[in-house]
Ligand binder design. Structure first.
Ligand code: UD1
Ligand code: UDP
Length: 370
């Protein structure tokens, strides 16, 4: 049973669901909590995945405990009905933590995809660092993207034989998406491929950035758009109304800032490819940007994804307005600084991680006689 609830989980489990559908011995039961609604549906549509069970949990203004409580209770009933041989969860959201606990309490083996990421700070990202650590304590099998994540798991006392380093399925999804010929359907993006202005792609949503940090990010976007009239800033706004409330008022009157709804994944991968610089607090985009050779400036103080930082393509810059402006301006004004960051590095896999996940699952289930 594959259980997921938000956009990034949907993107990263999609290749695994596809591989399970093609497998001769395993078959997936696809369960969505729908902690996200529209942003989840958008991904399932692109990958043509129709969930077997949809709990439709999302509520505006949902709190962490509402999500966690609902996920545990509702997933428990789904487990009771279907009794799967194993449950697979991906990443670090509240859906992941809740579903893993529900399965653990029913003694159903939990398989954790993208296991072992650590920022080292339990408060940041919040609550994701705690979620991943909790899942690491109760998972039966850990599918780690890199050797760094494997070391983190070993340091947490996870037995080596329960860890498989398989790469990150985000690369499987990205390869698939980038290879598709996609015309932009979003009107504001249609002219991107012929527009010779430089493109700054911005995405923001982290819970710990809501409020003052988000306002600072909006201020920096305004200043950059004003200082560089030949720069095009593209901001696909996260559906969270709190994100929009902090940024929208600051950019609404600027004609070189394009504010759009979340872009479906197929088009978004092409939007990354058409961008010059990425400014983001996203986890997944820190993996995708480097794969496409795009400098990524991360609006956070730390990261659980150090691999591309070490390779020089990702830089942590925090959320102070002046620092954001300085860092983007450097990349815009200094060709050497830009070239030094714009390297395609891919520490996250070769695009075959989904197949390896299914092989590891098969091994787990046969070792347990299922
Ligand atoms: C969640 C995850 C975060 C992940 C992010 C990916 C938790 C605690 N947070 O954060 O780890 O990085 O998703 O984007 O699990 N909303 C909609 N439609 C949607 C999605 C969201 O309207 O399709 C609005 C709703 O008002 C919702 C709010 O956004 O209440 C926040 O959603 P929520 O899942 O609680 O938190 P995110 O910040 O999206
Ligand atoms: N993404 C998308 N459309 C958008 C913005 C992002 O498809 O408009 C994809 C992006 O390519 C990445 C994922 O969503 O794979 C990241 O999601 P998000 O930033 O919401 O969550 P995080 O990765 O931080 O958990």
């Amino acid at each position: 049973m594959v259980i997921y609830g938000t956009r990034p989980e949907a993107i990263k489990v999609a290749p695994v669901i596809k591989a399970l559908e093609e497998d001769e011995t395993l078959s997936p039961i696809v369960v969505v909590t729908a902690q996200h609604r529209e942003m989840l549906d958008q991904v399932n549509e692109v990958f043509q995945i129709v969930p077997d069970v949809d709990l439709n949990l999302m509520a505006h203004g949902q709190t962490l405990n509402e999500i966690a409580g609902n996920v545990i209770m509702r997933i428990d009933a789904v487990l009771d009905e279907h009794m799967p041989d194993a449950v697979l969860v991906q990443g670090d959201t509240t859906t992941v933590m809740g579903a893993a606990i529900a399965a653990f309490n029913r003694e159903i083996p939990v398989v954790h995809l993208e296991a072992g990421l650590r920022s080292g700070d339990i408060d940041s990202p919040f609550p994701e660092e705690a979620n991943r650590k909790i899942v690491s304590q109760i998972a039966r099998m850990h599918l780690a993207p890199t050797r760094v994540s494997r070391s983190n798991l070993l340091a947490d006392g996870v037995p080596d034989e329960n860890i498989h380093v398989i790469g990150n399925t985000v690369i499987d999804a990205l390869h698939w998406a980038v290879a598709r010929a996609v015309e932009f359907t979003v009107p504001e993006l249609k002219r991107l491929s012929i527009d010779d202005r430089r493109v700054l792609l911005v995405t923001t949503h982290r819970r710990e950035n809501l409020g003052e940090n988000m306002i600072n990010i909006g201020r920096a976007m305004r200043e950059l758009a004003t200082r560089y009239p030949d720069l095009l800033i593209v901001w696909p706004a996260h559906k969270n109304p709190k994100v929009r409330a902090s940024i929208e008022p600051q950019i609404v009157d600027l004609n070189n800032v394009i504010s759009i709804e979340p872009v479906e994944y197929g088009e978004f991968s092409h939007l990354i490819a058409n961008s010059d610089i990425i400014l983001t607090d996203s986890g997944g985009i820190q993996e995708e940007g480097p794969s496409l050779g795009k400098p990524v400036l991360v609006l956070r103080e730390n990261t659980e994804r150090p691999e591309a930082v070490d390779a020089g393509t990702v830089k942590l810059i925090g959320t102070a307005t002046d620092r954001i402006i300085t860092e983007v301006a450097r990349l815009l004004d200094d060709r050497a600084a830009y070239s030094a960051m714009a390297n395609a590095v891919n520490p996250y896999g070769d695009g075959h991680s989904a197949r390896r996940s299914v092989d590891a699952l098969t091994q787990l289930l046969s070792s347990e006689g299922r």
